[in-house]
Design a protein around this ligand. Structure first.
Ligand SMILES: Cc1cc2nc3c(=O)[nH]c(=O)nc-3n(C[C@H](O)[C@H](O)[C@H](O)COP(=O)(O)O)c2cc1C
Length: 228
């Protein structure tokens, strides 16, 4: 299978960066292919605007969703948006790796949602949820919190992103992978969390691995809701 990791952390030595490296190593070792959109390293611009539409249909008034629809139909999007569309189109699984900031994602990832998950490509004309543009693909939120976090708190914080964004555009949303307070853990405990992530990724991709090599089922988000 092909996996896209959308990574949103500014520090390459952070625990989030270690999680993305773990994911790349784990997935490639299991025969999968991986692309990473490292948003800070790419200096991805999270600000929506005219620059999204080099050939805007109506230069007198920025109707953002209408221009998204037309840019998608005419294939006139700015290259940085078109490249992200290409990565999403190729992916079977998309992992969003980020620290929880203000009970949500860092702004750079919110801007990526605003600009990349546009009308036409991701939703629109009645294409939402099971008929959304990303149908047939799976999505995983892999996140860190500042401190210990209960499953119920994680579900509450991540609900809007999982349902209001990812499920809305058609993703099958997997149960999130959550690490509470990595900065307060010992080196051994951090390593144990990376090992848990490695095992989780092996489990949730095993349905695309040769038969007999694994025996797990990828949990869906409602499993986590039932446990909360
Ligand atoms: C701007 C900002 C907002 C934050 N908001 C939250 C929050 O709402 N909830 C929380 O648990 N931690 C919050 N944190 C703490 C981070 O989630 C935490 O430092 C990070 O997950 C640790 O991972 P790292 O070591 O890879 O950075 C915030 C941190 C920053 C910088």
């Amino acid at each position: 299978m092909h996996v896209l990791i959308v990574h949103a952390h500014p520090e390459p030595q952070s625990f989030n960066a270690a999680m993305t490296r773990t994911a790349v190593d784990t997935l490639e070792a299991n025969g999968h292919t991986v692309e990473v959109s490292d948003l800070y390293a790419m200096q991805f611009n999270p600000v929506a605007g005219w620059h999204d539409f080099p050939q805007a249909a109506d230069p007198s008034f920025l109707h953002y969703q209408r221009e998204q629809k037309i840019a998608f139909e005419r294939q006139t999007y700015a290259p940085e948006i078109a490249w992200e569309h290409g990565k999403l189109t190729r992916a079977d699984l998309v992992i969003f790796q980020f620290p929880v900031w203000w009970r949500s994602s860092p702004a750079i990832l919110k801007g990526w949602f605003d600009r990349v998950l546009g009308v036409g490509f991701a939703y629109g004309a009645g294409r939402v949820y099971s008929t959304g543009g990303l149908q047939g693909k799976r999505a995983l939120l892999s996140v860190t919190f500042g401190g210990p976090t209960s499953a119920a708190e994680a579900v509450e914080v991540l609900q809007q992103l999982q349902d209001g964004v990812l499920a809305f555009v058609g993703f099958e949303v997997l149960s999130p992978f959550v690490v509470g307070g990595p900065r307060h853990l010992t080196a051994d405990a951090r390593q144990a969390e990376l090992q848990r992530y490695h095992e989780t990724l092996e489990a949730l991709t095993c349905d695309r691995t040769p038969p007999g090599q694994c025996h797990h089922r990828a949990p869906l988000v409602h499993d986590a809701l039932e446990q909360a």
